[in-house]
Design a protein around this ligand. Sequence first.
Ligand code: NAD
Length: 520
Amino acid sequence: MARGLPPFVNEPYRDFHQPQHRAAMDDALAAARSQCGRVYDLLIAGRAQQGEGTFASLNPSRPTEIVGVHQRGTVEQARQAVEAAYSYFPTWSATPVERRIELLIAAAGLLRQRKSEFNAWLILEAGKNWPEAEADTCEAIDFCEYYARLMERHSQPEALVQLPGEHGAMRYLPLGAGVVIPPWNFPLAILAGMTVAALVCGNTVVIKPSSDTPTIAAKFVQLLLDAGFPAECFAFLTGSGAAIGDALVSHPNTRFVSFTGSRDVGLHINQLAAQHVKGQIWIKRVVAEMGGKDAIIVDAEAEDLDAAVAGVAASAYGFQGQKCSACSRAIVDASLYDAFLQKLQARVEQLRVGPAEEFGFDMGPVINQRARNTILDYIAVGKTEGRLVTGGGCPPGDGYFLQPAVIADIEATARIFQEEIFGPVLAVTKARHFEHALALANDSEYGLTGAVYTKNPAKIAAAKERFFVGNLYINRKCTGAMVGAHPFGGFNMSGTDSKAGGPDYLLQFLQAKSIAERIA
Ligand code: NAD
């Protein structure tokens, strides 16, 4: 793919059972802790600014601990941020592409050196356990490395058909100033991926992180500065998404919005961006990656029921079920249903829930009290819609912990079958046969990830043909997409299917100019 850079390889994960890696993480956590409570500024036009008051981000494992104090950016500062990004666009887009690629590689290098530090912030601010934090940081490195190589490719346009008497060519141009709005659940990888993709193409951006994870975002912005990016090519704006988000999206200078988050906010942004405002001379481009209600089918011909149970449990409860790709529906053939539930219950009851910073827990807390209340409400609904097999309570402790819940005998009309819960709650549904299972899996407005456990080649072929999801997995879990290997993005209400980490991703942030020159 790349011409100058060596071939892309995914960043390897460290095994924290090894004493040197464990010690590095202990040191990084202690160092991050010593910085907890620090105040961070906005960055607009390359200068630090304060907002109208501040807000704190909390450690969801110990909510009395303040992780970072951040500025409440105002609507006026949102306007300033877009206008500053817009006015720097001619300079940044004229920066040689080789230099922009070099800066991504420099950012990847710094992230690699500072992996443990970034893991520590992910643990403290997002409640990721150590392996989940490592995966998030490695994915951020992968995005920098991968998009750098993709940009090399796009900077060398493919040959066109040449007509007699003409020389024809097509080149890719950046779009302009955009807004990057990431969620809190991959607060480093998704933030980094969306930001560097836009920047390497020559766009400038306003970064508006989630209010649950602004410290990780502030650390990443500082890392970009350390890597050598000019401060003016991005603005960093914290504050309430609802308050400043509309101002960012509706500004006439905003050329594109790169959003990852919930269905409702994505639809709102899409609608707002479609409204023409005075002074706007383009149709805004919206890249919106949204929610999921992902299903795993366990077929009567599953090769190994234990492997299916392990895949479902890992997909449903990894990072407390707070992944857009998480399995929230297990659709199990009637012939295996009871055996599956029995094995799943035994496995889920072994999962250990506790503070994310302590190594060894399978699950940490959910992100905040509001999320925990919403999830508990869904569990209460689920108990009326089916049978609670295990979990669903709150273990002792100050953190926002939840026992992983399995709710069986759920019908397709149930709310917990249809609505994204975004927590450790799995609905289990009985299928009469494989075609019924496939119909159940497709009975959703979402279409992000899905998996099938079967050894029957005809059923595998049918799933490839008719399981309507952006990311399909066969005989493996439905989470853990790897950059370059599993281009990621969903169908229907799961979003615009931009396929992050895939070969076409950068085209969302580019526009093609076709040039035909008459020759003698
Ligand atoms: P969210 O929609 O609540 O927030 C996402 C971002 O939008 C945050 O930065 C928030 O501050 C901002 N925001 C809120 N209101 C806004 C407005 N009016 N204008 C502009 N920005 C606004 O989502 P979340 O709770 O942060 O993340 C969880 C959701 O993200 C889940 O639905 C999950 O499935 C989804 N998600 C999807 C993918 C994917 O690739 N499809 C990946 C990760 C998460």
